[in-house]
Ligand binder design. Structure first.
Ligand SMILES: [Zn+2]
Length: 585
């Protein structure tokens, strides 16, 4: 198939998803409509048989005591015993399935604390692959658009998914122009996505969206105009105009029920925090009472970047009665305080480097953010604020501070991409004092360090990716892939672990004193990610009472040379005690 999986490098991530059926374990696959037992039900069931014992392993529990053990017993999807082989296998009965781990290293299942999974799968299936890895220049990109145009009925949209900050990566050091795309696909509307925050649209596309001469804004999206008021084709924060926004229900059902779980499971994930467009909640609500997936969903919804079109009350947003929060949990609301720093859209206090300078783009005012933060808090929900520039980060912290001053109680308040590109001088102490959760993307060291230095200069860029400083300040950063399908490589958990530990970046080793230990990096992908979504009581470590979510990996990550972490593989992914993915030997 054409698209993002066409390249050999992507095949590594894609193969399991498209070509291989997930290995069935000896346990029956979950059947539609089968209620999954809750913890209370498991306890009430008393001494029911232990269903499965994983033994003869090197189990890194990542609990507070940093226990390492050999075996884990599972009953009704939860861990009931952790310890030596002798202690745990003593619980076996005739009905217990015994799984020999063959001395392999076992970790808690990885938690992807921030992703856009339905968009990711959509992009893989439908869009032209314009990522830098497969498309190093505009010259390579344009024939790809022409080729797709030949296979697409005239008038139908062609969407190109590309890495953000393409203008710093393409050989020509610029984006494709409206005129170039017109020439490549004269009879089709085309949208080139430069990451999720900027797009270039051709003439047919502009017409189809309804953009005309002199129009500088449409439903919150900013439209670039030349000196004559003619649209340049560049649209900023234009997801509201995105032509493929309304994904057909049957596709969404398939994505959430199987395509997303298979892709994430194949990379060792047992849970994903999905940043979900509000219209998709209807399908998710339907699935929540009918399908037990192999991946646990936590959901934050968004409407537009500034949250202006959120419903007036949040009560109706949750999952219907009868759905099991172990599998589907509605947790929060997400907004974007600013745009994206890799395209100079992050809101900054001091201007960007270079002649065009600029202070980035804010999607809402401090007052609007304060009002929304309070509303979300009073509804008892988590508030997730995307902030990539120092000004946006400070705004989010101020909004959280004011919520605390105005209302009782504590809800989970979190900054997405906290300190990934830059940190203000007070950000760490303020975040720590307020108990703010942080969600970070270590693998962006390998793709976005260079552009960060170019945009904000070497001095400010030293504030990027300061995971060591965060941990030393008492913040426990949780991890998320932020996968949108544009840069598929970042789904690989070992790329994140490797980057956090070695500080490898696209400009060589970057501020190595900010490196974290292997155990700290593992905590970012497990227990700290769980904590950053309020789920540490049931997820993130291998402990009695927690959900039996684990991953078996190809080598002992705790004793290998750090550089070798990059080449680790997922061998088995276990969700609720059941093997949901197994690599081919
Ligand atoms: Zn995101």
């Amino acid at each position: 198939m054409a698209g993002i999986f066409a390249s050999a490098s992507a095949a590594r991530y894609a193969g399991k998803y498209f070509k291989e059926t997930v290995m069935p374990s000896q346990h029956p696959r979950p059947v539609l409509s089968t209620p999954v037992p809750s913890r209370r039900a498991a306890e009430a069931a008393g001494p029911a048989a232990v269903e499965v014992i994983y033994h003869h392993g090197h189990v890194v529990c990542l609990d507070r005591e940093e226990s390492v053990c050999q075996a884990v017993a599972v009953r009704q999807g939860r861990i009931v015993k952790v310890g030596t082989d002798a202690v745990v296998t003593a619980l076996a009965s005739a009905d217990t399935l015994m799984v020999d781990l063959d001395g392999r290293t076992v970790l808690p299942g990885f938690i992807d604390g921030h992703a856009h999974p339905s968009l990711a799968v959509r992009m893989m299936e439908k869009y032209v692959d314009g990522r830098f890895r497969t498309t190093p220049s505009v010259a390579v990109l344009l024939p790809k658009i022409s080729a797709r145009a030949e296979q697409t009925p005239p008038g139908e949209w062609i969407i190109v998914a590309s890495s953000s900050s393409s203008q710093t990566r393409f050989a020509e050091r610029r984006l494709p122009t409206r005129a170039e795309i017109d020439a490549a696909a004269p009879n089709h509307p085309v949208m080139f996505l430069n990451g999720a925050h900027e797009a270039v649209v051709n003439t047919q596309g502009l017409r189809s969206i309804g953009i005309t001469k002199g129009m500088s804004e449409l439903r919150g999206a900013l439209i670039g105009l030349d000196a004559d008021g003619e649209p340049t084709g560049v649209i900023t924060e234009g997801m509201v105009l995105f032509p493929d926004r309304r994904v057909p229900d049957d596709d969404l059902r398939r994505y959430y029920a199987s395509a997303i779980p298979q892709l994430w499971n194949a990379n060792g994930y047992t849970s994903v925090y999905s940043m979900t467009p509000l219209p998709e909640m209807a399908i998710l609500g339907e699935l929540a009472t009918s399908v037990v997936p192999t991946l646990r969903y936590t959901i934050a919804v968004f409407t537009d970047p500034g949250g202006r079109y959120l419903p007036p009350t949040f009560e109706a947003l949750g999952f219907p009665a009868g759905s099991n929060p172990d599998w589907y949990r509605f947790a929060g609301i997400k907004v974007w305080a600013d745009s994206d720093l890799p395209m100079r859209g992050g809101a900054v206090f001091e201007p960007y480097e270079g002649p065009d300078g600029g202070y980035g783009l804010l999607n809402l005012s401090q007052e609007d953010l304060d009002v929304l933060a309070l509303r979300v808090h009073l509804a008892g929900l988590s508030f997730l604020v995307h902030a990539t520039g120092d000004r946006a980060t400070a705004m989010a912290l101020t909004a959280f501070e004011r919520t605390r001053a105005r209302a009782d109680g504590k809800t989970l308040q979190r900054i997405e991409h906290f300190g990934v590109f830059m940190l203000g001088p007070d950000d760490l102490t303020r975040a720590r004092r307020l108990g703010i959760e942080a969600n970070v993307q270590p693998a962006w060291l390998t793709t976005l360090t260079k552009s960060t230095i170019e945009h904000i200069g070497a001095k400010r860029a030293r504030g990027a990716f300061r995971f060591r400083s965060m941990i030393d300040a008492g913040i426990e950063p949780g991890f998320g892939t932020d996968l949108t399908g544009i840069v598929l490589e970042t789904l690989d958990p070992f790329l994140h672990l490797w980057a956090a530990v070695t500080r490898s970046s696209d400009v060589g080793p970057f501020v190595v004193e900010e490196a974290v230990s292997v155990i700290e990096a593992l905590r970012m992908l497990t227990i700290w990610a769980a904590k950053a979504q309020g789920e540490e009581a049931s997820k993130g470590s291998i402990e009695v009472g927690k959900l039996a979510d684990m991953v078996v990996i190809s080598d002992d990550i705790t004793s290998m040379p750090p550089d070798a972490i990059r080449d680790l593989k997922v061998l088995k992914t276990i969700v609720g005690g059941r093997v949901v993915y197994e690599s081919e030997k």
